[in-house]
Design a protein around this ligand. Structure first.
Ligand SMILES: NC(=O)c1ccc[n+]([C@@H]2O[C@H](COP(=O)([O-])OP(=O)(O)OC[C@H]3O[C@@H](n4cnc5c(N)ncnc54)[C@H](O)[C@@H]3O)[C@@H](O)[C@H]2O)c1
Length: 450
């Protein structure tokens, strides 16, 4: 099948590459010319395990290509997937500017192609993959129809929210736990079944379009709720002398609860949970419903991102505060196995430390370039390519991302390199007894201080 992917970010590039791997002829369109020219050279603009090799293989086998030209891309295409960003707007709602632009571009390309080829084949299937509020598919349909006017061009719609996770995007797409598809026509359903023929049919969950749009938000909100809930438990544990790890292990064995997303820490980040929870609150409010749980989930998370700074501040309060102190920071990405730093807790900490006139020596295995791009050069913020260089001469070490490389460091070396043996751990990577034995002052989340 000829398929077009609009937007070549994390979702678009993974989707396009994987669909090419299953034998489709895929053209990825992006408005960012520098991104497209890098992709044409085989360069993936972010770190995603396994994606680069698969992309290059499919390009070499001429099933995958990149362009900025929508009309050319859509010629003879059977389906196109809208995978552009839907960032938070000022009021927390989803900003649909890119979706609208993509929709209008699709319509104009369809019209141009109709002129070039009067015997156009079956109607194009337009699939919205971007996470977007209930009602977005209807808006996309309206925007496309407005541009098409009375041209006679036909199209059908589907909602197909994406559930892949950064860090395991290729596997998540090629071996999905389920694929959610919203349709309102038999033609769209048949075409989606054909596109997803690589998946067991029972994993394709068909429903109406608003339910598909809503499912994505509900799933992300559920996961974010579990994290904020456990962070709330951790904060209470710290105050009453309980250990959140013990709680978690016991709770996880309850089959009604299960063990996933029960880890307390310094808050969730990334391009999805924060914005999707806020967007769900926003469109619920617009429909007349005030979601108290989800408002609290977001508030708890915003506050949780401050805990690293609060713990550090408390440690240095007696010694004149953080001004002039050097803090080693392990981890910039919002989670391991990605270079993505969007809404990462580390960025909140960096800002607070810079405001307090502390210096930062930061390490991350993959996210330094992206952090530099995002924050620009900042006085007092230094990046190191070795985790031990970050620690060298620092007054404390903070762990903000649970990369494997930080799990079993040479503690003796860390202690020698630090000015004082102080670790603040936002991911509870180390055991309290190990820290005690290694001679550190150690503060984690929801557990006693050592
Ligand atoms: N990142 C994830 O893990 C993830 C997972 C599931 C769902 N999603 C959702 O998928 C969507 C895309 O997320 P992402 O992380 O891939 O975004 P991204 O910001 O990495 O990529 C978006 C791309 O779209 C391009 N673009 C913008 N407007 C365009 C237009 N009119 N035509 C063509 N290209 C255009 C941008 O240049 C950019 O390359 C969002 O709605 C997001 O919530 C993301």
């Amino acid at each position: 099948m000829k398929l077009v992917i609009i937007g070549s970010g994390y979702v678009g590039l993974a989707t396009g590459t994987c669909l090419a791997r299953f034998g489709n002829n895929v053209v990825c369109v992006d408005v960012d010319e520098s991104r497209v020219s890098a992709l044409r050279q085989g360069e993936v603009p972010f770190y995603e395990p396994g994606l680069s090799d698969m992309m290059k293989r499919n390009m070499a086998e001429e099933r995958l290509s990149f362009t900025t030209r929508m009309t050319e891309a859509l010629k003879d295409a059977e389906a196109c997937f809208i995978c552009v960003g839907t960032p938070s707007s000022q009021d927390g709602g989803a900003d649909l500017t890119y979706v609208e632009q993509a929709s209008r571009d699709i319509a104009n390309a369809m019209k141009a192609n109709l002129k070039a080829n009067a015997q156009n084949a079956a109607p194009l299937l337009v699939v919205v993959k971007s996470t977007s509020p209930v009602g977005t598919n209807a808006k996309v349909k309206k925007w496309i129809s407005e541009e098409l006017g009375d041209s006679g061009v036909e199209f059908v719609m589907a909602s197909n929210p994406e559930f892949l996770r950064e860090g395991s995007a290729v596997r998540d797409f090629t071996e999905p736990e389920r694929v959610v598809i919203g349709v309102d026509s038999e033609m769209a359903e048949a075409r989606m079944r054909a596109i997803y023929s690589f998946t067991e049919p029972e994993k394709l969950i068909f429903m109406d379009i608003p339910s598909a749009e809503m499912t994505k938000y509900a799933a992300n909100a559920m996961l974010a709720t579990r994290i904020s809930f456990m962070n709330e438990m951790a904060n209470i544990c710290e105050r009453v002398g309980a250990n959140v790890d013990s709680l978690r292990k016991a709770m996880a064995l309850d089959s009604r609860i299960g063990g996933k997303f029960l880890y307390a820490g310094c808050g969730y980040g990334g391009s999805c949970f924060p914005k999707d929870v806020r967007a769900l609150c926003d469109f619920a409010r617009a429909s007349g419903y005030d979601s108290r749980i989800l408002t609290a989930v977001d508030e708890v998370n915003v506050r949780q991102k401050e805990v690293l700074y609060e713990k550090l501040s408390a440690c240095f309060a007696a010694g004149g505060g953080l001004e002039g102190k050097t803090i080693a920071l392990w981890g910039l990405a919002f989670k391991p196995k990605t270079s993505d730093t969007r809404e990462a807790p580390a960025l909140t900490l960096i800002q607070s430390l810079l405001d307090a006139r502390a210096r930062i020596q930061a390490h991350d295995p993959r996210a330094i370039d992206e952090t530099r791009r995002y924050l620009g050069e900042r006085q007092g913020l230094l990046y190191t390519h070795d985790p031990y260089d970050a620690v060298n001469g620092a007054d404390a070490l903070v762990v903000a991302t649970e990369w494997d490389v930080y799990r079993q460091p040479d503690f003796e070396r860390v202690r020698r390199l630090l000015n004082s043996p102080l670790i603040v751990d936002g991911r509870n990577l180390y055991s309290l007894s190990e820290m005690k034995k290694a001679g550190f002052r150690y503060y984690s989340v929801g557990r006693a201080a050592v």
